[in-house]
Design a binder for this molecule. Structure first.
Ligand SMILES: Cc1cc2nc3c(=O)[nH]c(=O)nc-3n(C[C@H](O)[C@H](O)[C@H](O)COP(=O)(O)OP(=O)(O)OC[C@H]3O[C@@H](n4cnc5c(N)ncnc54)[C@H](O)[C@@H]3O)c2cc1C
Ligand code: FES
Length: 454
């Protein structure tokens, strides 16, 4: 306990202590300011957190609503697909409109069922129709496939067909039989009801896109390979406002360009290009070397490039490689782009391509597939084959072993046979996935000796 004497004796120092207790007004103001700043910071952080929470809730609600809308649309489309009586075999259709696209050699055919009671079967963008063509002098009708080139939901089907001229190394060969039939023998119904008739099967094919999917897409069409891409792009524009889509169209020169021709792109394309930042169009001209020679009379601004399309350009143009890539065009372009996309880190399942014709140069993943003996068990025949000889289907034809086929391009599954023993190696990735123990003879070579059940 402190004594009175002690207090008196220490009087001076206690007054100093009291002095220290009297708070300096500047110091007080400083403290008050600190407290105010602290309170302001707490309030700001709380309200920031609250508004972020609100935003998150709104975003979640928005995406849930969008997902719900898409699910409803998917459900509706599935119901239509399930209910629709896609006809069996081939049905009679009429050409209601025929449009030749300038000097491109491509002609569009608008088709409607002859029997008005027959409803158009729905389809997925990217799918194709199979036609049976009554070629004069041929023992049986010729089968040809053509991609649907407009979006689903119209009251017609449209196919756009390029007249196949003889190849450069065989200029005296006849032009393509099927495409010549379309270009030269078929007429609009208004011109000749007899010449407008054509046999069509319901839409088919595994190369397709669901426009309601949210995954952004890159659609690459080379020459007439633009046809399935037009269907995909037009459907995305029509059905999915929020989906990002890039179209890359490669042609030699502008006279091959069909993009801006009558109704090829969605009727609202000009407005879409002005108002939507998620739709991008690029044209690559392989034979134009100088930017000054690029066409300057396009109906709306669009990116144009000289030279071939390469994955290096994707690396500079696309924000990332996180896209699903659909490719259809000349074989060399498809092989190069798909290989380079996979090397860039795009998963193989996101690189999808459609062959319009069987590859001419066979190269398999496995070098031992260069040579082999094929034994056709049912026909009791055997044949030696090397990589230059074409596919197993070509070999079967040479050995006069009956194997049915249709597309010869890995799309239809018609040429599938069971592999009794041995292995095969594919010269291209196929759209049709056949079950284990079987092979698509149009697209593979024997990997050593094989025995096939045909
Ligand atoms: C799923 C799928 C979708 C398709 N979509 C489309 C499409 O949308 N648009 C389109 O235009 N095509 C498309 N095709 C391609 C189409 O099916 C045909 O393959 C194409 O039209 C060629 O058929 P063709 O009967 O006219 O030619 P073919 O008669 O098969 O002839 C092919 C080529 O061989 C040449 N030839 C003929 N005889 C000889 C000879 N003796 N020597 C050397 N060469 C010769 C011809 O001049 C021609 O260039 C698609 C194919 C598939 C598989
Ligand atoms: S013929 Fe069509 S997949 Fe082989």
């Amino acid at each position: 306990m402190m004594s009175v004497t002690g207090f008196v004796a220490n009087g001076a120092s206690n007054f100093e202590f009291m002095d220290e207790l009297i708070i300096n007004p500047f110091e007080l103001a400083g403290w008050l300011l600190c407290v105010a700043v602290l309170i302001w910071a707490i309030i700001s952080i709380t309200s920031l957190l609250r508004s972020r929470q609100l935003l998150n809730q709104q975003y979640l609600q928005g995406s849930l609503l969008l997902e719900e809308k898409f699910n409803l649309m998917r459900e509706r489309r599935k119901r239509v697909m399930d209910q629709s009586v896609a006809w069996e075999g081939f049905a009679n259709f009429v050409v209601v409109r025929k449009v030749l696209h300038g000097d491109s050699g491509i002609c569009s055919f608008y088709l409607k069922p002859k029997d008005e009671r027959l409803e158009l079967a729905p389809f997925q963008p990217g799918q194709h129709l199979v036609f049976q063509l009554p070629i004069a002098g041929a023992a049986a009708p010729l089968t040809r496939r053509y991609s649907l080139s407009d979006r689903p939901g119209q009251d017609y089907y449209r196919v756009s067909i390029k007249l196949q001229l003889p190849p450069r190394d065989a200029p005296d060969a006849p032009p393509g039989v099927g495409s010549s039939y379309f270009h030269n023998e078929l007429d609009e119904e208004s011109a000749s009801s007899y010449k407008s008739l054509i046999q069509v099967s319901s839409p088919a094919g595994a190369f397709s896109d669901d426009p309601l999917d949210s995954k952004p897409v890159v659609l690459i069409g080379g020459g007439v390979g633009i046809t399935p891409m037009l269907s995909m792009l037009n459907s995305i524009i029509e059905e999915n406002e929020s989906r990002e889509a890039w179209l890359f169209y490669t042609i030699r020169a502008n006279d091959e360009n069909v993009l801006f021709d009558e109704d090829m792109l969605h009727p609202r394309i000009a407005e879409v290009m002005r108002t939507r930042s998620n739709i991008h169009l690029h044209i690559h001209y392989t034979q134009i070397k100088e930017p000054g020679s690029l066409p300057n009379d396009l109906p709306f601004p669009i990116d144009q490039h000289c030279g071939r399309l390469t994955v290096d350009q994707f690396k500079t143009i696309l924000p990332s490689n996180n896209y699903r890539f659909f490719i259809c065009g000349p074989e060399r372009m498809m092989v190069q782009l798909s290989d380079d996309l996979v090397s860039w880190g795009v998963p193989e399942e996101d690189v999808l391509y459609e062959h319009f014709a069987a590859p001419t140069k066979r190269k398999t993943a496995n070098d031992s597939a260069e040579k082999g003996t094929i034994r056709f068990a049912k026909s009791n025949k055997e044949i030696e084959i090397s990589a230059d000889d074409g596919s197993i289907l070509d070999a079967a034809e040479r050995a006069e072993v009956p194997v049915s086929y249709d597309c010869r391009a890995g799309s239809c599954g018609q040429c599938m046979v069971a592999v009794v023993s041995g292995k095969v190696s594919y010269s291209m990735r196929t759209n049709y996935k056949c079950p284990p123990g079987s092979c698509l003879t149009c697209s593979c070579l024997p990997d050593g000796d094989v025995v096939l059940d045909c």
